[in-house]
Structure formats: structure tokens, C-alpha cells
Design a protein. Sequence first.
Length: 472
Amino acid sequence: MEYRQTDAPPSYDSVMNQNTSPPSYPSLQVLSATQIQPYYIPQPTPQIPAPCVVETISTQRRHVLSYKSKRCCYGGSGGSAFVVVLLIIAVGLGVHYGSSLWTLSGKDKETDICTPSSVNCDGKRDCSRGSDESRCVRFGTANELQVMTSKAGSFLPVCAQGWSKSIADQTCQQLGFRQSYAVDVLQSSSSAFQSLNSRFSNTIQGSVNISSSCPLQQTVSLWCCDCGRPPVSTRIIGGAVAAEGQWPWQASLHFRGYHTCGGTLVAPDFIITAAHCFPQEISDYLLPSNWQVYIGMVSQLKLPSSYNVKKITIHENYDPDTKNNDIALLILNRPVSNIQPACLPVFGQTFSPGSKCWTTGFGVTSKGSDSGSIFLMEVAVDLIDLAVCNKPTVYNGLITETMQCAGDLMGGKDSCQGDSGGPLVCKADDRWYLTGVTSWGDGCGKKNHPGVYSNVGRLLTWIHGKMQQERP
Ligand code: 4AZ
């Protein structure tokens, strides 16, 4: 995180506890000029040793070992060749294998096999991984529940009549949440609706029928969890160290005991992070057992108990060269309780250029620094219009629709190496929404080179789809 301003915040050193000597960072990469390749993020990101390095590493080694021993059941000591043969046979037979086996193999391997007569959003699962039924629900303004059915062919609001807590819970569970949080009734001006059938059958899209009206035009607004409202709302004025509880959804992803990337809790079982945190060419990064997730803490010296990763899902169309679709979803081994997730934006929600948003992370605090930050750092950034960010003097056309620039064109306020995968959040209606995922940039804090974030609003269909497919 880079932070320079004229009305200067306290320097990093001045906010550090002077009595605590920072641990040495033996394996850290120095962010040198040669590493700052324009438009490309050097990988892997810097690694901050956890204070309990020995213990953490030994625990993780146990995980790795048990993982490997499981794999031996598939592959034996002959290893990879046999696994490859197995995979080929599996695809050939259309066998639906356990998810972690696929994850191991990296992206593009999650073949979803569909029946020839597969129909999307008819409530019947025709594909082995359920992709035909995973993009049929979304939320509109005011969290209006909108359902697509094969018959309607478009997203329509759902009539409030007949709605119950049980249907709300089942719908939220379909979307990857544990239960529902709140239901409201909206006054709709729509001219077509979905009305509930008398029986709920598995999915919400399988339980509604198209209708030209709703009683009193009342439709359902559904919340699957409370989100985006931190318990603490004060912050260190002008400073850059985050107050405890300010950004509870912030995750620190440790690869073999070292902070490597940020992440954001978006539901009790799910973390959103960046695809580039899992370089495809290094298979170790794709092993869930090599990762530990810490959530809600503000110091790498005070780690809470960790979560294991059950599965890493990387966007199928992530392009490591352009960083397009730089997003990944982690499912945790157990649900997080008592920590507020950030809200996911609703469909069509926009944050206008110039919106005040914040990005947070444990990344390096100045160019050339050889270590990440022990403390969670925060910085206010402005959203920057796509066309401005694509100007020849800025990123000269490299910014796609699934990216969002944020920072300050004058330089100084930026995320940096090690912040990757972490949140860019913007406030609306008193809640913080995950607007971006820290992705890349030409250096850090440089004039005319703001931070580039994955555009969460543009990747919502992917996020909801995967949360449904991977639901706990
Ligand atoms: C990185 O390497 C990185 N200044 C993250 C953010 C930015 C640049 C690089 C944005 O993880």
C-alpha cells in the first residue's frame, strides 16, 4: 500500500511499535525497478512470515503430507502419468470426479458434462456440475430477488405472496449461503413477474411460474447475510494504519506460512481473491492444503485461528498476460461466524467515477521495500473512469471492461505488491460493497499509473454462479 499526501499521515515507521523489532524476511522479494514490469504483476507476491512460522509451517506440512498421501490413493508413487491417464479416462467416460482432484489440475479442467437436451434454468440439473442451473438468480436494486426461468427467458422479480422464511433459507442456500438474513417487501413497477408455486422444489427457478401481475405489485427483497457494516466506524484520522474492526472482511492468505495475497470474505464460506495469486505454472499454488486463511485481523503478529481452503476456483477465462478476469473464489473448510462479510454489489449497481472508496492490505508500503506490512494498511482511492484510464498517457488501452482503475492520477495513493486479491470497497446506503479486487498496476503510487482492480460488478454472474456450484 502506497500512501503519500501533502497533509501527511504518520509515517509507517512512526506508527510501528518501536519496541517490536520486525521479524526478518528471509525469502522476500525486493520490489526493485527491474521487477516493476509495466502492466504485469511480478509473481509470486512478497511473503511476510507469520510470527508463529515454525508452528504454522509444521502444521501445514502435515496437511500437505496427508493431502499427498490421499493423492497416492489415486496416483501411487508412479504419480503424475497415471493421474493424467485417469483424468483422460474420467473425461472420456463423463465421470464426475471429486472437486479437489480437478482443482489440482488447474483451470480449464472442470469439464461440465451436459445432456444433449440440456435446458438452462428449468429447475432440472442437466450438467454434471450444474452450470445449466447456476446463473438463474440475481439481485437487483434494493436487493430485489430476480429469477430467470427457461420459459421467461429474462430475469423477473418474484411476487411476495406465498413467500416464507423456509423459501428464503432454501433460496439463500442455493446461492451458497447458510441461510437467509432478512426479507423485505418491495413495491414493483415491473410488468412481468414470477409467482411462487404451491410447492418449493429444489431451486427457486424450479418453483415459480411467469405471471403478468403480483398481488399489490409486491415483490421480494432478499438478504442472504448481513454485510458491509463494520462494528467499528472510527479510523485513525489522516493515518494509514487500519483500526481494528474497521475492515472485518479483510483476509490474509498465507501460502506455506507466509502472507502472499489479500482476500475478501463475501459469505460465511467464501473468499474472493485474485486469480494471479495462484500461478498456473507452479502447481503448489493450486493445492488448497498449502494455503491458510486469516480473517479480520489487523496485525500479522496477532493471528487468529486459521481456516483451511477446501477448494480454489479460478476464473476459466483468466488471462495471465493481460490480467483479464483476475478473480478466484476460495471455499473454506468451515463457515466463518461473527465476522461481517463485505457486501457483493447488486446487478446494475454502479459507483460513479470520483466515488470515495478504500483499499486495504498487508502489502509493501513503499516501492523498494523488502517486506510487506505487519499492520493492515488502508488508503482512500478515487474510482477512475475506464476511458480516462485507457488514455495513451495512462494505460493506453490495456484496461478491459472487467477491470476498474482506482487511485490518484497524481500518484501516491495506491495498493502495491502483497495487497493483491484484497478488497476495494465503496460505501452506499451505509454499507461497504466489494467493488474491486486488487489486481495489477505499473509500479505503485506512480503518477498516471493508478491501481487496477478486477471489476466485481462485471464479474457478478461468475461469482454467484460459482458460489452456487460450490455451495457448502
Ligand atoms: C502486485 O504486484 C501489485 N499499484 C498490486 C497492486 C498494484 C501493483 C502491483 C497497483 O501485487
